[in-house]
Design a protein around this ligand. Structure first.
Ligand code: FMN
Length: 178
């Protein structure tokens, strides 16, 4: 069962959860992959509701988004197993099947090909309508030093040398899986 929601009615729930981590899921062919994110923005451009995610170069998620520019966002709503955010935020789909390892339940999507994750039930189905690699020359020195240390290899899941690409996802559908 899915309860349809007006996404902006849940703006504070989404933004509070984002601080500690939510899931960004992608799908290419049969490979579904979730990664934990804590950077994102909810807003409006071109008169459309948009959720923007910021993904570093080396992430498997980036590879997936370039092949199928759609994603689901799953936000905790009620109790959930914190291990999900831990594993999805430290292991990479380059080398593992996180969905299988965590035994996550995939929920059929309404409007895109990427499924939702039932265990993290507040869902936004998003289609990428714009993307932009962030311009290194416009990033303040303080943030460059903190978030892009050039002596840390790209595969490290915390701060590393790779810059972010912003993917703007038009929110096509929003619901809570019950
Ligand atoms: C709490 C938390 C928040 C994170 N936020 C982001 C983020 O916003 N963008 C990003 O590129 N990586 C972020 N990461 C790192 C990725 O989740 C991590 O590198 C993951 O293993 C990438 O998975 P993938 O290679 O399967 O895409 C975060 C990790 C944690 C634990």
């Amino acid at each position: 069962m899915k309860k349809e929601i007006q996404v902006f009615d849940y703006a504070s729930v989404i933004m509070k959860a984002l601080k500690t981590g939510i899931l960004l899921t992608t799908k290419v062919d049969d490979k579904v992959n979730s990664m934990t994110i804590s950077w994102g923005t909810l807003g409006i451009e071109w008169g459309k509701p948009i959720f923007t995610v910021f993904v570093r170069e080396n992430r498997f998620t980036k590879y997936q988004l370039e092949k199928n520019p759609e994603f689901t966002i799953n936000v905790p709503f009620g109790e959930f197993d914190k291990k999900i955010l831990g594993i999805c935020g430290t292991k990479s789909g380059h080398f593992s099947d996180k969905i299988k390892e965590l035994n996550l339940t995939l929920e059929s999507p309404n409007s895109i090909l990427v499924p939702a994750i039932k265990e993290i039930p507040l869902t936004l189905e998003c289609r990428v309508i714009y993307k932009q690699k962030q311009d290194e020359s416009e990033i303040k020195e303080e943030n460059k030093n903190k978030f892009y240390p050039q002596d840390v290899e790209s595969s490290f899941h915390g701060a590393n040398r790779d810059f972010h690409t912003a993917y703007y996802g038009e929110i096509i559908s929003a619901y809570i899986i019950e």
